[in-house]
Design a protein around this ligand. Sequence first.
Ligand SMILES: C[S@@+](CC[C@H](N)C(=O)[O-])C[C@H]1O[C@@H](n2cnc3c(N)ncnc32)[C@H](O)[C@@H]1O
Length: 171
Amino acid sequence: MSRVTYIIKSDTACALRVNPANLVEGRMDVVLDFAVEALRASKEAEVYIVMAGCGEYLVHIRGFEATTTELARALSTGNIRIERGSLRDVLRALQGRGVPLYYLHESGRWIGDVDVPRDSVGFIVGDQDGLSVEDEDMLGSFGIPRLSLGRRPYLSWFIAVILSSILQRRP
Ligand SMILES: C[S@@+](CC[C@H](N)C(=O)[O-])C[C@H]1O[C@@H](n2cnc3c(N)ncnc32)[C@H](O)[C@@H]1O
């Protein structure tokens, strides 16, 4: 069974302050909208959200189709666990399981020219400001190549939608 792993990293969202009534604070909306769309794309999808707005925290979500507000509520009430963890931890764990990883960025190689694995694959996406140079360097040190969905920069949650559409249309 094919499984797509989506990873989003935010340098502004604070995992200790998830307020369903104000998701614009720290641009929590960016990571939650992304997760909602990624999880809606397939029952097999899993999402890692890395939030570094106040320390580094990690959320791992699978099989949770919900609205953005419902997801925020699940986080704020502890129904979805928030734990300590970094982007590096996620990359190590996934590479340790043999999951091929790609960094999605408009400057990368056009996805149509790449034979993206079908069994199990992971995609890393930045927040409203993109990934920091330090994080991009780290992805480079993990040997993670860049893939592009086109030369225009899209909002993060658009990426989940466009990517799942491309993956589903593959013959
Ligand atoms: C709103 S964009 C960030 C824009 C930011 N100004 C930058 O320069 O990275 C959010 C994220 O979506 C992904 N992304 C946006 N457009 C893309 C594209 N055309 N192809 C692949 N990934 C893209 C990147 O991971 C990016 O960090």
